[in-house]
Design a protein. Structure first.
Length: 326
C-alpha cells in the first residue's frame, strides 16, 4: 500500500468524523438522548484516532539515528495500537457505561425527530468515508478476502479506518434503532439498550485491532508471498542453497532479511563478495521492501554425515540431497 492511499483514507475519515461529532453533540444537547451522546463521543474518539494515525505516519519518516539504527518505521504500528486503546476506552467503555446508566435510570427523549434526522445525515457522511476506505484498500487487498486483509495487512492505517468506519455505520444504525423505538413505543429504555449495544460493538472492534496491531508492534515476518520471492532470489551466481533465513518488518514498507547461504568450498573471498552483492541486488529486485539485508556465507561439506550438517531449505547444488547442507 502506498502512503498516499492510506493518508487519503485517514483524511476522509477525519473530516467526516469531525463534522458528525459536532452535529451529534448538538442533537444530544437538544434531545438528551444517551445514544446521541455515545455516538458523539464515538465520533470524537474516531477523530482523535485519525489524528494519531497521521501523527504516526509523520513520525515514522524520521531518519535513522545511532540510537535507532533501523529507523522509526514502527511508529506507525505504535500509534495504531494507541488508536485501538482509545477506541476501547473512550468509545466502547464510555458507551457501555452510559447505556447501563440509561437503562437503570431511563428518561424520555426530547424532540426525537431531530435525533433521527441527525443520525440519517451521519449515516450518509459515514458511508462516504467508508466508501473511500474501501476504494483505497482494493489494490493492496488484491484477491484476499476482507478478513484476510485485516489480519495480514502490514500497514495499520487502512485496516484501522475500515474497522472504525464499519463500527461507526453499525453504531449509527443501533442508535437509530434505539431512538426510534424509544419514540415509537414511548419507552426510553430502548435508547439505553441501543447505547449499550454501541458500547459492546466498539469494544469488540477495539479488541480485534489491539490483537492485530500488537502483533505488528512485536515484529511480523514478511508475507508468505514475499518470503517465497526472497528465497528464490537468494540462490544463483555462486550461492547454491539457503540454509536458513529470517524476515521481519521494520515498518510497513521496509523489511529486514537475514540469511545463511551455502556456497561452493573452493569459493575465493572475491567470489563470496561478488555472490553476496549479486544476491542482494536480486532480492531488492524481487522484493523492493527488502531494504536491510544481512547474508552469512557458509560452505557445503559433502564429506560430513547428513546429521552433522545444518538443514538446507532450498538450493540448486547437484550433489545436495533435500535436507542436507553445510
Amino acid at each position: 500500500m502506498s502512503a498516499h492511499s492510506g493518508t487519503k483514507a485517514v483524511l476522509a475519515a477525519l473530516l467526516a468524523n469531525l463534522g458528525i461529532a459536532v452535529i451529534k453533540f448538538i442533537a444530544f444537547l437538544i434531545t438528551g438522548s444517551s445514544s446521541m451522546l455515545a455516538e458523539s463521543v464515538h465520533s470524537l474518539a474516531d477523530s482523535g484516532n485519525q489524528g494519531l494515525l497521521l501523527l504516526g505516519g509523520r513520525r515514522s519518516r524520521r531518519r535513522a539515528t545511532a540510537e535507532h539504527p533501523f529507523g522509526y518505521g514502527r511508529d506507525r504500528y505504535v500509534y495504531g495500537f494507541l488508536v485501538a486503546l482509545v477506541l476501547f476506552t473512550a468509545g466502547g467503555l464510555f458507551a457501555l457505561y452510559e447505556g447501563i446508566h440509561k437503562i437503570t435510570n431511563p428518561h424520555h427523549i426530547d424532540s426525537p425527530q431531530i435525533a433521527i434526522g441527525v443520525l440519517v445525515v451521519a449515516i450518509i457522511l459515514e458511508s462516504l468515508s467508508f466508501r473511500t476506505a474501501i476504494r483505497e484498500s482494493r489494490a493492496p487487498k488484491g484477491d484476499a478476502s476482507w478478513p484476510e486483509f485485516i489480519r495480514r495487512a502490514k500497514v495499520p492505517e487502512l485496516p484501522v479506518v475500515l474497522l472504525e468506519d464499519l463500527a461507526a455505520l453499525v453504531g449509527l444504525i443501533l442508535a437509530l434503532f434505539g431512538v426510534g423505538l424509544s419514540a415509537l413505543l414511548d419507552e426510553p429504555i430502548w435508547d439505553g439498550i441501543g447505547t449499550a449495544a454501541i458500547g459492546v460493538l466498539l469494544i469488540v472492534v477495539a479488541i480485534i485491532l489491539i490483537i492485530e496491531t500488537k502483533s505488528l508492534v512485536l515484529g511480523e515476518a514478511a508475507s508468505p508471498e514475499a518470503v517465497s520471492r526472497i528465497e528464490k532470489a537468494l540462490v544463483g551466481e555462486g550461492i547454491t542453497g539457503v540454509i536458513h533465513h529470517r524476515t521481519m518488518h521494520l515498518g510497513p514498507d521496509e523489511v529486514l532479511v537475514a540469511a545463511k547461504v551455502s556456497m561452493a568450498p573452493d569459493s575465493s573471498l572475491a567470489d563470496v563478495a561478488a555472490a553476496i552483492n549479486a544476491a542482494e541486488s536480486r532480492i531488492r529486485g524481487a522484493e523492493p521492501a527488502a531494504r536491510v539485508i544481512y547474508l552469512e556465507p557458509d560452505i557445503y561439506q559433502p564429506e560430513l554425515r547428513e546429521g552433522d550438517q545444518p538443514k538446507l531449505r532450498k538450493g540448486n547444488h547437484p550433489e545436495l540431497r533435500e535436507g542436507a547442507a553445510g
